[in-house]
Design a protein around this ligand. Structure first.
Ligand code: HXC
Length: 520
């Protein structure tokens, strides 16, 4: 054998060993838990044969706690780049088979390298997390490593899309980095996110809690809102990440890809003319409208199970990506509460950062009131959504379907928040509040003064009718130009598509500033 062949043989053997990560037994343990390995995940994520791996031979440098006896080529993370549907992405996947994927300083160096490369190339970054957080044996070095990752998450926020998959028990820095990224996806039953695991929780505050109850996918996709997506298994999770990317541009200077559709933009949907119930207090399903107006009824919903009183997600109209924000009258009557405001404002800001036009469908009776909301700072949280819409410079097309009352009317992309084109259905009611509330405020003394119950009811009904005639329609707003046109519901897809086409070359700037100070 020539020296050259011997050298190549050594390389092949070392690569093979590196690909085993923490070894066969740990890989089997990973599979037994229903989890894939870091490399298997990358193989599922990227186009076949496109993965270019970096730093396969990097090892940690820790010598404390006998760590020098536990060295693995590549350490606990696999990094590199590849393509998804032919588009370049950078990726890191933590390897739980190597010290539980816990983060060493060298792992951080590897991750930061692909983050920097992604930013330089203007390509999305996808992190597949499966890690116990900072590697305890490395102490401050591991913390410094997280600090460096967080700083890059922040610097590149709004520059390239950053997507986090949570594919195992993730703690500490392994959850804070995802929290700084744009989207977080969890897998039901096998992934957890918490600051510290149940063992540490028990020893520090004495609380007994399971991993699932502390930070399972259902907790974070329904209660905390930390997770934007919850997948049934890893395969579905990776498919969702790919689908999400298909709606996004490569970076903030780019446009999202155009995906032509056979669904004509001129398609008319007569069923929308029948959708709004005669009784204004009766709900209907906003998903019907969303699916009716987007290409092929395809809608990738974000935060599907969290704050269901508002719907947000990605779709295409005329082949172009749009971000849809829609009140859902079937849940809490579509009222805006703290969680709905947080959910929608983050989505609006993402779309604005990445040049994705916003289509807003309005049916909102107002902000949810009461002590729970006030103590939880509905004022600050509602202001987030106000702020997000007001600062957004992407094309904003708004359709008011029914109620649009008070502060919630202003928040939902009204004309004065620089809404570009605002339509209303004839069923719209654009006013400070609904008739019941308004009559209660304006005529309470007169109504109280009437003693006979029948007469009292008649006076109330009369005042309500007067109010409704004035305000329970879109025309007061249309007369002032606050609504650009009142449209037939069945034409909504066509009108929205045409509005978006008109706005395709929209240019709008914000005043120069260091950065804003949105109400966090
Ligand atoms: C070193 C770690 C580790 C860590 C896990 N391991 N976490 N090693 N540092 N942080 C090792 C375990 O010792 C074990 O090694 C192997 O990984 C697998 O872990 P298990 O506990 O056997 O697995 P499992 O039961 O699935 O539990 C996973 C876990 C748990 C929930 C993640 O390991 C855990 O709670 N770890 C500690 C989490 C934590 O508190 N991290 C520090 C966060 S502070 P062996 O050799 O026995 O197989 C932090 C700072 C940044 O991250 C904060 C930023 C704000």
């Amino acid at each position: 054998m020539s020296i050259q062949q011997e050298n190549i043989g050594k390389l092949v053997a070392r690569r093979e060993k590196a690909r085993e990560g923490g070894g066969k037994t740990r890989i089997e343990a990973q599979h037994a838990k229903g989890k894939l390995t870091a490399r298997e995940r990358i193989a599922l994520l990227l186009d076949e044969g496109s993965f270019e791996e970096y730093d396969m031979f990097v090892q940690h440098r820790c010598t404390d706690f006998e760590m020098d006896r536990q060295r693995f080529d590549g350490d606990g993370v696999v990094t590199g780049c590849g393509t998804i549907a032919g588009r370049l992405v950078y990726v890191f996947a933590q390897d739980f088979t190597v010290t539980g994927g816990s983060l060493s300083k060298t792992m951080s160096d590897k991750i930061c390298k692909v983050m920097d490369m992604a930013a330089k190339a203007g390509a999305p970054l996808i992190g597949l997390n499966d890690s116990g957080g900072a590697r305890i044996q490395e102490g401050i070095d591991a913390l410094a490593g997280y600090g460096e990752i967080f700083e890059r998450n922040i610097l590149y926020s709004g520059v390239i899309p950053q997507i986090s998959g949570i594919f195992g028990p993730c703690a500490g820095g392994a959850v804070y980095s995802p929290a700084l990224t744009d989207f977080t996806l969890m897998v039901k039953g096998t992934s957890y996110m918490f600051l510290t695991g149940p063992g540490v929780v028990k020893s520090v505050i004495g609380e007994d809690v399971t991993s699932e109850d502390l930070g399972g996918a259902s907790v974070h996709s329904t209660k905390s809102g930390v997770a934007h997506f919850a997948a049934a298994d890893e395969k579905e999770g990776i498919a969702t990440i790919k689908e999400l990317l298909s709606y996004l541009p490569q970076n903030n200077a780019d446009e999202a890809p155009i995906v032509p559709s056979k669904d004509p933009v001129s398609r008319i949907d007569d069923s929308l003319n029948e959708l709004i119930p005669d009784n204004p207090n009766k709900a209907y399903d906003m998903y019907k409208v969303v699916r009716s107006i987007v290409d092929d009824g395809r809608f990738l919903e974000v935060h599907r199970d969290f704050a269901k009183n508002i719907i947000v997600g990605f779709a295409r109209i005329g082949g172009r990506s749009v971000g849809v924000v829609a009140n859902q009258p079937a849940v809490l009557a579509g009222a805006l509460d703290i969680n709905a405001s947080r959910k929608a404002s983050r989505f609006v800001r993402f779309c604005d950062a990445f040049n994705i036009p916003l289509v807003t469908l309005v049916d909102v009776p107002g902000f949810l009131c009461g002590t729970r909301q006030e103590y939880g700072a509905i004022i600050t949280n509602g202001a987030k959504l106000l702020y997000a819409y007001g600062e957004a410079t992407v094309p904003k097309v708004t359709v008011t379907l029914r109620k649009s009352y008070g502060g919630a009317h202003i928040v939902m992309s009204c004309k004065q928040l620089r809404g570009d084109i605002n339509y209303a259905w004839p069923s719209s009611e654009i006013a400070v509040m609904g008739a019941d509330g308004a009559v209660g405020v304006l005529y309470s003394k007169e109504i109280k003064a009437v003693e006979d119950p029948a007469e009292k009811a008649a006076v109330t009904a009369l005042k309500k009718k007067e109010y409704e005639d004035l305000f329970s329609n879109p025309y007061r707003a249309a007369e002032r130009g606050y609504i650009d046109d009142v449209i037939e519901p069945r034409n909504t897809r066509f009108r929205v598509a045409r509005a978006l086409a008109q706005l395709a070359s929209k240019r709008q700037e914000l005043p120069a500033k260091k950065h804003d100070n949105l109400p966090l």
